[in-house]
Design a binder for this molecule. Structure first.
Ligand code: ATP
Length: 908
């Protein structure tokens, strides 16, 4: 087989190719052969190419302004022969880089492993059976079926095409989809023109096709040109970018200030060395350099939490955006409902029949007025059920005693109703084998199959689909056993009757195929059908969705249903779920709009309508894009679900495109920012909650960390202005910043979501993180730190305490005020005293760890030597404790006043 690689596949006939790769064109490979080839060729995966090696990524850790400042300080200190300080500063730089590198790699890995959870699937023919398998299991020679929405799983030579169009932009850069053919091409044909080939990683945008795999994994064109299959994980989000910019601006201000300090000090006659140290201390203390990295880590932790709740984030900014979502536009089938269809009623031959039984278990019967009906007594009924059985691509089977379907649940329900009526599936399928299919597509709204009757020789076409669509294609209907004039009104009335009870209604029709070949002429039918009947099926709402919608209501999020289904079915389900309440309407009012109506509105009218309507029914996928834009025109942050190939533009346009992990096409999964592994609406609500939680925790971290930087900066500035010895040295500042960030600050990322998180309105997406109150709080705590550290330093010096001990006290003030303040920051909305102290155990563990390492800092001679610290006496401990406790209580008082002011503003 290896010798076959790198052939001009586009130049070889299909039969020749099938011989070469030893594949049966009808049945595909046998299972034994597949296993053999898997052993021979390995999995079908393109080896990921990292954009950057670990060494380069490590070196990049040094490419930060703070590091430059530190390195400069380190070298100058070295020349000043302050050996230990120089080594400490350089060690901090290296340790900082190692921590940054590890954290960044972890964040990337976390996101990458989520990507791996999303397996791409493909449909293959093996041992005569059509099966869906993970793409990585494909082997050369496999017979693969392609249909719109699929990602081509390997390089293949196309053996059959039906209006197959493939977007090859990932490979060729050409954005227009290529129409495929199954002709032969000359050997010199360039890749972009080899229309009988489909290449790994490209996307099927229309039609269907079948092909033989000629190359897998790294041997495919995508693998060979080393295109980055694993796009580098982008850890930047709008928030991290804002913060990076903010810290850069701050950096320049602080550097200028530091330079000024140095110049003024030297001018005043202070020692240049002292002044240099003071400037370095100022810069190191005041620049919040750890902030962007901490934000990334917290976002990554949020991503993991969401994954645990079945929402996979594919693009990191979505974590932030989720928290400010104001509208969720959801599909109905499968997302709001269970997608577990059961046919309950049939309307055919002018009569209504009932079907008993529930689920996919083919046990039940057809009755009329409670009397069992034998299907062979009524030809039209039999034809209607046969149409449902044959115009169908699903299978039902029993697994561990449970009946399951493979394929579309709507179709599965039709198979079950046919079997319940007593029809024999195998017998019918062998008498009327399928010769050709026009598969169901949302925008087409019907599916058709062509069958060749082995007994009569006739060719018959069965069609099923949305009622309105089929009526437009029917000329007649079966009534009282005869073909009669089409009575659309009767059919529509019956449809409305079923649909208004929340049922999905499918129409079935047939016609004889006039031509004597076994193919549909083109990919569309032009009409001439005879209406056979309706099958109405229930699809109950998912039980957990109602409370998720309630939660959205309290959270100020509107939920809209955008569905391809009938308007009455959609509004009945919307009513059951209480969707209207999220818009402030009463439960009986369900403003609806249909796709046909949408076409008639101008863009301005659409903007108004999009805000008001709750249900959008019979909407074509293309119209979803317009709806997203209309909602965004009113500054809504829109989350939109989608599963089909044509949903991709809407998913991209939405602020958060949500793809379906189970039923979604590969194309929609590529377009989405987030993926639901269970297709469930309730998962979106959980993800919004987590998004809000992540943002809360980020804000808490910022509120916690900035006062330290400000406090340190202020202490140094005050000392310089007052012309006193520095109360804290650069290495000591580094000690405070690094240990507290790791042992205290990061613990805020593990803060559980606050109780009232889903009862507040969405955060405005462009609102600043630092609100007025938060700035006031940061200033207050910075001031407390300044007073505490500088005050105790001066007081202790004045009573004769040694310089090193006084400095140790100042450093400890920072550490313990930060420790106490951590507990003030565990919530910015719930007062500290009302918080459950034990709900974030890591905060407690971190605090204990911080206490222990600070003991080392104070009492270990080794640490004393490195950091110029010194043991302190019990009296000093009491002072530090008092300052920390006072600071803690002042913040509590601040919270109290803040709450009063907020309540007063609310009342006003
Ligand atoms: P949603 O957008 O909420 O998932 P949906 O699944 O009902 O809604 P579509 O899949 O676009 O939307 O289906 C639209 C209509 O097409 C359905 O109401 C039904 O009448 C018809 N239909 C659905 N599935 C099939 C199918 N497999 N074959 C034929 N017709 C179908």
């Amino acid at each position: 087989m290896e010798r076959l690689l790198n052939r001009h596949w586009h130049h070889i006939s299909i039969e020749q190719l099938a011989n070469l790769v030893e594949t049966d064109l009808q049945k595909g490979l046998s299972n034994i052969e597949v296993t053999r080839r898997q052993g021979l060729f390995g999995p079908n995966v393109v080896s990921a190419q990292k954009k950057m090696g670990p060494i380069k990524r490590f070196i990049l850790q040094f490419h930060q302004p703070l590091v430059y400042v530190l390195l400069a300080a380190g070298f100058v200190t070295f020349f000043l022969k302050e050996w230990i300080d120089a080594v400490v500063i350089l060690a901090v730089v290296v340790i900082n880089a190692i921590i940054g590198f590890i954290q960044e790699s972890k964040a990337e890995k976390a996101i990458e492993s989520l990507r791996e959870m999303v397996t791409t699937e493909a449909t293959v023919f093996r041992a005569g059976k059509k099966t869906r398998i993970p793409s990585r299991e494909i082997v050369p020679g496999d017979l693969v079926l392609l249909q719109s929405g699929d990602k081509v799983p390997a390089d293949m030579r196309l053996s059959q095409v039906r209006e197959l169009k493939i977007d090859e932009s990932a490979l060729t850069g050409e954005s227009v989809s290529v129409q495929k053919e199954d002709d032969l091409f000359t050997p010199e044909t360039i890749l972009a023109d080899r229309k009988n080939m489909a290449y790994n990683g490209t996307l099927v945008t229309y039609g269907q096709g079948q092909g033989i795999v000629v190359a897998i994994g790294d041997k495919t064109e995508t693998g060979r040109i080393s295109r980055l299959i694993s796009e580098a994980v982008d850890l930047a989000t709008p928030l991290t970018k804002k913060i990076t910019k903010f810290s850069h601006v701050l950096l320049y201000v602080i550097l200028a200030l530091a330079f000024l300090t140095f110049a003024v000090g030297v001018f005043r006659g202070e020692s240049a060395i002292e002044m240099f140290m003071a400037s370095v201390a100022l810069a190191v203390g005041a620049i919040p350099e750890g902030l962007p990295a901490a934000v990334t880590i917290m976002l990554a932790i949020g991503v993991r939490r969401m994954a645990n709740r079945k929402a996979i984030i594919r693009k990191l900014p979505a974590v932030e955006t989720l928290g400010s979502t104001t509208v969720i536009c959801s599909d109905k089938t499968g997302t709001l409902t269970q997608n577990q269809m059961t046919v309950q009623h049939l309307f055919c031959d002018g009569q209504v029949f009932d079907v008993s039984g529930i689920g996919y278990q083919p046990e039940g019967e057809i009755t009329k007025d409670d009397q069992p009906i034998r299907v062979d007594e009524n030809d039209v009924l039999q034809d209607c059920l046969t149409a449902g059985l044959l115009c169908n691509e699903s299978e039902i089977s029993q697994n561990d005693g449970r009946w399951e379907i493979q394929g579309d649940p709507t179709e599965g329900a039709l198979v079950v109703s046919a079997i319940k009526s007593g029809l024999n599936k195998d017998e019918i399928e062998s008498t009327l084998p399928t010769c050709d299919i026009i598969p169901f597509e949302s925008q087409r709204q019907y599916m058709a199959t062509l069958h060749h009757n082995q007994d009569s020789g006739e060719r018959v076409v069965y069609v099923k689909g949305a009622v309105e669509k089929l009526l437009s294609m029917c000329d007649s209907m079966m009534m009282d056993g005869n073909e009669s004039e089409l009575d659309s009104e009767l059919i529509i009335n019956k449809t409305n009757e079923f649909a208004s009870r929340g049922m999905r209604v499918l129409a079935l029709a047939k016609r004889f195929h006039p031509e004597d070949h076994n193919h549909f002429h083109k990919n569309e039918l032009d009409g001439g059908l005879c209406f056979l009947g309706l099958q109405a099926m229930i699809d109950p709402p998912r039980p957990e969705v109602e409370s998720a919608i309630q939660a959205c209501k309290s959270a100020g999020i509107r939920v809209k249903m955008i569905t391809g289904d009938h308007v009455l079915t959609a509004s009945a389900i919307a009513k059951q779920l209480g969707l209207s309440a999220t818009h402030g309407y009463d439960s009986e009012t369900i403003p609806t709009v249909t796709g046909a109506e949408l076409i008639q509105y101008s863009d301005e009218e659409l903007v108004e309508l999009a805000q008001k309507a709750v249900v959008f029914a019979r909407v074509a996928p293309e119209q979803k894009l317009k709806l997203v834009e209309a909602l965004q025109a009113k500054n809504h942050v829109v989350a939109m679900t989608g599963d089909g190939v044509n949903d991709a533009p809407a998913l991209k346009q939405a602020d958060i495109g949500i793809a379906m992990g189970i039923t979604g096409t590969e194309v929609s999964k590529e377009a989405g920012d987030m993926l639901l592994t269970d297709d469930n609406f309730a998962t979106i609500e959980s993800a919004v909650e987590e998004g809000r939680g992540v943002f809360d925790n980020l804000t808490k971290f910022i509120a916690w960390t900035l006062p330290t930087n400000m406090g340190e900066g202020l202490v140094i500035l005050a000392a310089i202005i007052a012309g006193i010895t520095l109360p804290i040295l650069p290495v000591q500042i580094l000690w405070i910043n690094i240990t507290t960030a790791l042992l205290l600050g990061l613990m805020l990322a593990f803060e559980p979501n606050e109780q009232g998180i889903m009862t507040r309105p969405p955060r405005e997406s462009n609102s600043p993180i630092l609100t007025r109150n938060l700035i006031a709080r940061i200033l207050l705590v910075s001031f407390l730190m300044l007073c505490g550290a500088l005050g105790l330093f001066l007081w202790n010096r004045s009573v004769g305490v040694g310089l090193e001990e006084a400095r140790t006290i100042a450093v400890s003030v920072f550490v313990f005020v930060e420790l106490a303040y951590l507990f003030n920051c565990r919530s910015l909305t719930i007062p500290t005293l009302k918080m459950n102290f034990f709900s974030n155990k890591l905060a407690i563990v971190g605090s204990i760890a911080m206490f222990i390492v600070q003991l080392f800092y104070i009492y270990s001679p080794w640490m004393n030597h490195i950091f110029h610290s010194a043991p302190i006496r019990l009296g000093a401990w009491i002072q530090i404790l008092v300052v920390s406790i006072v600071a803690f209580w002042i913040v509590i008082l601040f919270e109290f006043l803040e709450n009063r002011q907020i309540t007063k503003e609310d009342l006003d």
